[in-house]
Ligand binder design. Structure first.
Ligand SMILES: C[S@@+](CC[C@H](N)C(=O)[O-])C[C@H]1O[C@@H](n2cnc3c(N)ncnc32)[C@H](O)[C@@H]1O
Length: 282
C-alpha cells in the first residue's frame, strides 16, 4: 500500500473515532466508514446493519462459514457477520488504529477468539481459507487490482463467494484521452488509481478466475448535495488545507476527494454497485 493511503486512513480513523465520542455514540454504533444510503422500504433498508445483513445473504455465508473482510475499517461488517455465523473471521486494514479499535470491539462483543485483525496491504498474500469474502468501498484504493483479486480467489474455498461493493464509473471515459477533472482530483486526493469502470471491474473478476453470478445497482440510493453546496464545502476545505499541519491536510484531502466523488454522482457518471462472484467448484 502506498504510505500516503496508510497515513490518510490512520488520520481519518482517529478523526472518526473522536467524532463518535463527541456525538456520544453508544459502544459498537457508527463503526461504518462508508457512504450513507437513502433509506428504503426494500432490502437493504439502510447502509448500516441492514446493508451488512443483505450482503451476508448475498455472500451465502450460512451458519458456520469463515469470512474475510478486505479493507475492514473498524470492523462494522466483519463483526456483524461474525455475530450471524459461528465461523471465524479475518479483517485486513491499512490502519493500525482501526485494527486495534476493531479488536477492542470484537472483545466487547465476545468475538475475540473467532476474529483476527491484520494490518497489511491487501496486495500481500492473505493467509486465510474462507467461505466468503467481502470488500466494501476498499478496492478502489488498490493500485494492483489483479493481485488483490488473485489473493481473494486463492483464499476462497471451492464455490465460495466474493461480494464487492464499489464506487465505479458507469461507462469508461472515451473523450479527451479518458481524462476527467473529478476523476483526477479523486485519485490525487485519495492516492488511489483513477476510478474504474463497471465493465473493468467485471473483467478483473473474470481474469482472476471468479465467475460473476449476481450484480446490484444501488446508485439511486446514493445521496449527494447540490453543486453549489459541494462547491462551498470544497472552497472551505481548500482554505483549511493551507494550514501546514500534515494530519489536518490529510483530513482536508480525504474530504476534498469526497467532494469530487459527490460531483461524479451528481453528474450521473458514477455508480455504486454490488458485484457477487464465485470461486470455481471443486
Ligand atoms: C472506506 S473504508 C471502508 C471500511 C469498511 N469496509 C466499512 O464499510 O466500514 C476503506 C478501508 O480500506 C482500507 N484500505 C485501503 N487501502 C488498503 C490497502 N492497500 N490494503 C489494506 N487495506 C486498505 C482502509 O484501511 C479502510 O479500512
Amino acid at each position: 500500500m502506498s504510505q500516503a493511503t496508510g497515513a490518510l486512513y490512520e488520520t481519518l480513523a482517529r478523526y472518526q473515532w473522536w467524532r463518535r465520542r463527541w456525538s456520544r455514540a453508544s459502544a459498537g454504533e457508527g463503526l461504518e466508514i462508508r457512504k450513507r444510503l437513502a433509506p428504503a422500504a426494500v432490502a437493504p433498508e439502510d447502509s448500516g446493519a441492514a446493508l451488512d445483513r443483505w450482503l451476508f445473504e448475498l455472500a451465502n455465508v450460512g451458519d458456520r462459514g469463515d469470512v474475510l473482510d478486505l479493507g475492514c475499517g473498524f470492523g462494522a461488517t466483519l463483526l456483524r457477520w461474525l455475530e450471524w455465523t459461528d465461523g471465524r473471521g479475518v479483517g485486513v486494514t491499512a490502519s493500525p488504529f482501526q485494527a486495534r479499535s476493531a479488536m477492542g470491539e470484537a472483545a466487547r462483543r465476545g468475538l475475540a477468539d473467532r476474529c483476527e485483525l491484520r494490518v497489511q496491504d491487501f496486495t500481500q498474500a492473505i493467509a486465510a481459507e474462507v467461505d466468503a469474502a467481502i470488500a466494501v468501498e476498499a478496492l478502489g484504493h488498490a493500485h494492483d487490482l489483479a493481485t488483490v483479486l488473485g489473493n481473494v480467489a486463492r483464499s476462497l474455498r471451492p464455490g465460495g463467494r466474493f461480494v464487492w461493493v464499489e464506487d465505479l464509473l458507469a461507462e469508461p471515459f472515451a473523450a479527451e484521452g479518458g481524462r476527467d477533472e473529478d476523476v483526477d482530483e479523486l485519485s490525487r486526493r485519495w492516492f488511489s488509481p483513477p476510478l474504474r469502470s463497471r465493465q473493468a471491474a467485471r473483467d478483473a473478476l473474470r481474469d482472476a478466475g471468479l465467475t460473476l453470478v449476481d450484480e446490484h445497482d444501488l446508485t439511486p440510493r446514493v445521496q449527494f448535495a447540490t453543486a453549489a453546496a459541494v462547491a462551498r464545502r470544497a472552497a472551505r476545505l481548500a482554505r483549511w488545507r493551507w494550514l501546514p499541519i500534515p494530519p489536518w491536510q490529510r483530513l482536508a484531502d480525504a474530504f476534498l476527494g469526497g467532494c469530487a466523488l459527490e460531483r461524479l454522482y451528481a453528474r450521473g457518471v458514477a455508480c455504486y454497485v454490488v458485484l457477487v462472484a464465485t470461486a470455481p467448484p471443486r
